[in-house]
Write a protein that binds this ligand. Structure first.
Ligand SMILES: CC(C)(COP(=O)(O)OP(=O)(O)OC[C@H]1O[C@@H](n2cnc3c(N)ncnc32)[C@H](O)[C@@H]1OP(=O)(O)O)[C@@H](O)C(=O)NCCC(=O)NCCS
Length: 410
């Protein structure tokens, strides 16, 4: 029997809004010890989208970047999937706006996936299946995760907001990460841990319960992927997780180590606690700096961590195995194993969004709150001026006229 060809992630790019809030400023405004946000949650900044920046504009920017950085002709894309839980229409998919604005071929399968923070993983695995089945006929898939995390002013979730898009090329013989189909494990259960009713701009969350649901889903999806293996972590150079806030990755890693040790790990047992801290410091912490700077980007957050890993260690970890865990509230999850390719290191510089992040504008809390309130009505406004939010040099949402959304390059 011939070996199946490897399929996986061939290119990656991040794009996000032009402004951010520093969590030290937010802590001061809310009368909270800043250490709760920085150490307790592990977050430092959160990207804030203005009313002119939405799921479409960020997805287009990330998509354009990945095509350019990885030298792909738009005509080579045969499937476009946008994973989002913050779409702009109840019916029309974000993906079809993106298809048009990126100038993709009309002979392209295009759709949106929604399952809270799981939409992009659903898009990634279904486009891998599309390629493996032979239906792709040599074409590539473009999967884009794009979201704006909005919990509302003064809520427990407020410091875990963020916004941004990650675009991924999916192809055979990928240049960055091969994913082994036999290692993919899935899990689904109906739970009310986080949701957003049709009438609300803001997500509702049973925060502590959602953490439990996440950890239960991790254990179940991992078991579906690799069974009850107790020696997996030793083979992995990096463990990447869905990152609603950075500290969640620590809790997730603790759960995985506990599964391997067959017992709970407590701070009161210094030896086990050190083992956990060492493993986290080696396999997780180095790849969480972008998440700490950008915040929760929902369905793209796992892949933001993957960008961080590959931009820093693509060459050092060539040929090494990593794990990926995606969780979407509600809930659905996938755990899988991937191998960093031998040539991944060649792309380190092109993956690095540092210059984009350094150009962001720091908002005062008054400006941030104004922006949030303005965003509540933006879908109904006829005319929006990007200049009012200090924006230029990009594609922006400029208002809804005759019930149609308008996008313009300014
Ligand atoms: C995650 C969430 C529940 C936390 O909100 P909260 O209940 O106000 O926060 P907590 O009181 O649990 O504090 C958060 C952490 O900061 C720590 N902390 C609190 N005050 C602190 C301080 N002054 N210094 C350092 N750490 C502090 C807490 O001990 C806790 O850490 P732990 O979980 O490791 O014990 C909230 O942000 C939320 O609802 N988020 C949205 C839903 C979500 O992200 N779910 C995750 C799964 S998808």
């Amino acid at each position: 029997m011939t070996e199946p060809f490897p399929v996986g992630i061939d290119g990656l790019a991040f794009a996000g809004p032009a402004a951010y809030v520093d969590l030290a400023d937010l802590a001061q405004a809310r009368g909270v010890d800043p250490a709760k946000f920085t150490r307790g949650l592990g977050q430092h900044r959160m990207a804030i989208a203005s009313p002119c920046e939405d799921t479409v504009t960020m997805a287009v920017e990330a998509g354009a970047q990945v095509l350019q950085a990885f030298d792909i002709d738009p005509a080579e894309i045969g499937t476009l999937i946008v994973g989002t839980e913050t779409g702009v229409d109840h019916s029309k998919p974000v993906a079809v706006y993106v298809h048009d604005l990126l100038g993709l071929n009309e002979r392209c399968r295009t759709f949106e996936t929604k399952h809270a923070c799981y939409g992009a993983m659903a898009g990634l695995t279904s486009s891998m299946d599309w390629i493996a089945s032979g239906r792709a006929r040599g074409r590539k898939a473009l999967v884009i995760a794009s979201d704006i995390a909005n919990y509302g002013l003064g809520t427990p979730g407020e410091p875990t907001q963020g916004a941004g898009a990650v675009a991924m090329l999916v192809d055979r013989q990928p240049r960055l990460l091969e994913i082994q189909p036999a290692s993919i494990g899935d899990y689904t259960r109906q739970v009310m841990d986080f949701w957003r009713p049709l009438y609300s701009k803001y997500a509702l969350a049973d925060g502590q319960y959602s953490i439990q649901c996440y950890l239960d889903a991790l254990a179940a999806a991992r078991e579906d992927a690799v069974g009850s293996r107790q020696d997996l972590l030793g083979e992995l150079q990096a463990c990447l997780y869905h990152v609603p806030f950075v500290r969640m990755a620590f809790k997730a890693h603790q759960r995985e180590l506990e599964m391997e040790m067959g017992q709970a790990i407590s701070k009161d047992e210094p030896e086990q606690w050190h083992q956990l801290q060492d493993s986290y410091a080696k396999r997780c912490a180095p790849w969480l700096t972008l998440n700490a700077e950008i915040g929760n980007i929902y369905t793209g957050s796992l892949f933001l961590s993957l960008i961080d890993l590959l931009r820093k260690a693509g060459s050092k970890l060539a040929g090494q195995q990593v794990s990926l865990f995606s969780y979407g509230s509600g809930c659905g999850a996938t755990y899988c194993l991937g191998k960093i390719t031998e040539c991944a290191g060649e792309w380190e510089a092109r993956l690095d969004p540092s210059a984009q992040l350094a150009a962001r504008r720091r908002l005062s809390i008054d400006e941030y709150e104004y922006m949030v309130r303005a965003g509540e009505h933006a879908d109904r406004l006829e005319s929006l001026n990007p200049d009012d939010y200090g924006l230029s040099g990009g594609l922006y949402y400029t208002g809804t006229r005759d019930d149609r959304r308008h996008y313009e390059s300014v």
